[in-house]
Write a protein that binds this ligand. Structure first.
Ligand code: F6R
Ligand code: MG
Ligand code: MG
Length: 372
């Protein structure tokens, strides 16, 4: 146990109300009780419980480091408790993301999504947590790239001497289970060649360059959850609905530079049955409920100042008329995409439908295909 603070964001869908649209308030209440008890027992410094769409989200601070068994077990047990209520209320898909029967040391690989970082708290430490529903981890590629590598988004890359040398990206190949470290601006084009293929290559972490005087080079400035549910379950069980933690200001992008990429509602995969491309709509906590065609995919942003691990906040960052036009544009794109019905590129291409029911349709027709 050192002086460093760990921020752990762990989420799971343990039941929807109704369908896959939102989290029932009783689940949030139960999770708050579990977190409050852990705080009283000294396991946590602080916590905040929230929800986006049908995903229950636990934001926790402590001094135990990342991948800590006690913290992961706390999250798992909290989801188990919430599942009990979801079952009583017969909520939809109760316990759906608890893919394994028992906890075994770490929630990774059991269903829940995880983003964690251990950091030395600066004099002022703004933290932004992002929460997405009805999409996959690669949905973060474009906005994270723009925050940390695109000078047309982040003025600080040009103007602020402390971040002028750029940032370092850790990219996962989620098919082959490999990772690669890449530097920007030097390797910007190579990085884009990978992360443009967002269903395969996902940004996992971003680090400052060693020359950045305001941040420690071995402590991340951004971390994104990368769990792929289908790889754990072996079949389609819904999209992964990723989360991320981003640090802002003093050597990192300013708060407004962190939020700016979301003013463009880019196309992401997910939406209805995890099988459609659609616009990512930035929403307030109040609007974070998926309705139209089970979507469209949404992202919520909460802002905190850390004070010795205490989460001073949250501030509902997309609850702002400055994002109204983005939401309108997203709604218009949703209209446009919907008119394609079952046709690509609204429906995902075959390779990405691999784990849905589509292969069964093809299997059924196998014997009826004739050679040309
Ligand atoms: C997408 C999602 C929903 C469901 C859809 C069908 O991630 O969760 O769009 O895929 O509502 O759900 P089931 O098969 O449970 O009826
Ligand atoms: Mg669900
Ligand atoms: Mg969900």
């Amino acid at each position: 146990m050192g002086d460093k603070i760990t921020v752990s964001l762990i989420k799971a869908d343990v039941g929807g109300w109704p369908g896959h649209s939102r989290v029932h308030p009783d689940l949030i209440k139960k999770a708050q009780e579990c977190m409050e008890k852990a705080k009283r027992d000294g396991k946590l410094i602080d916590y905040h419980v929230t929800a986006v769409g049908d995903d229950l989200q636990l934001i926790m601070t402590h001094k135990k480091g990342v991948d800590n068994e006690e913290i992961h077990k706390l999250a798992w047990d909290t989801f188990v408790e919430a599942t009990k209520i979801a079952k009583e209320l017969k909520l939809y898909g109760a316990g759906q993301d608890l893919l394994k029967d028992a906890f075994s040391g770490n929630v990774r690989g059991l269903g829940p999504g995880v983003a964690e970082m251990e950091i030395t708290e600066r004099k002022g430490e703004p933290i932004i947590t992002f929460h997405m529903d009805k999409t996959e981890p690669g949905a973060f590629n474009l906005p994270i790239y723009r925050m940390f590598a695109d000078p047309f988004n982040t003025a600080g890359l040009v103007i602020d001497p402390s971040m002028h040398d750029g940032f370092i990206f850790e990219v996962l190949d989620i098919k082959e289970h490999k990772k690669v470290i890449m530097k920007t601006p030097e390797e910007m084009y190579d990085l884009l060649a990978l992360i443009g293929a967002k269903s395969r290559y996902v940004i996992k972490r971003v680090y400052p360059k060693p020359s950045n005087p305001k941040l420690k080079a071995d402590e991340p400035v951004a971390v994104i959850s990368s769990e792929k549910l289908y790889q754990i379950a072996g079949k389609y069980v819904g999209k992964d609905d990723p989360v991320a933690i981003v640090r802002a200001q003093s050597g990192a992008p300013a708060l407004g530079e962190v939020l700016e990429p979301f003013a463009f509602p880019h196309l992401v995969s997910g939406w209805m049955r995890g099988s459609h491309n659609g616009p990512l709509m930035p929403v307030s906590v109040k609007q974070a409920h998926c309705t139209r065609f089970d979507g469209p995919p949404r992202v919520m942003a909460l802002g905190f100042q850390l004070a010795n691990g205490k989460l001073v906040g949250p501030v509902d960052l997309f609850d702002d008329p400055a994002f109204d036009e983005t939401r309108r544009t997203a709604a218009q794109i949703a209209d446009y995409m919907r008119r394609h019905g079952p046709f690509e590129p609204h429906r995902l291409p075959l390779e990405e439908m691999e784990y849905t029911t589509l292969p069964n349709v093809l299997k059924k027709l196998q014997g009826r295909f004739q050679k040309l």
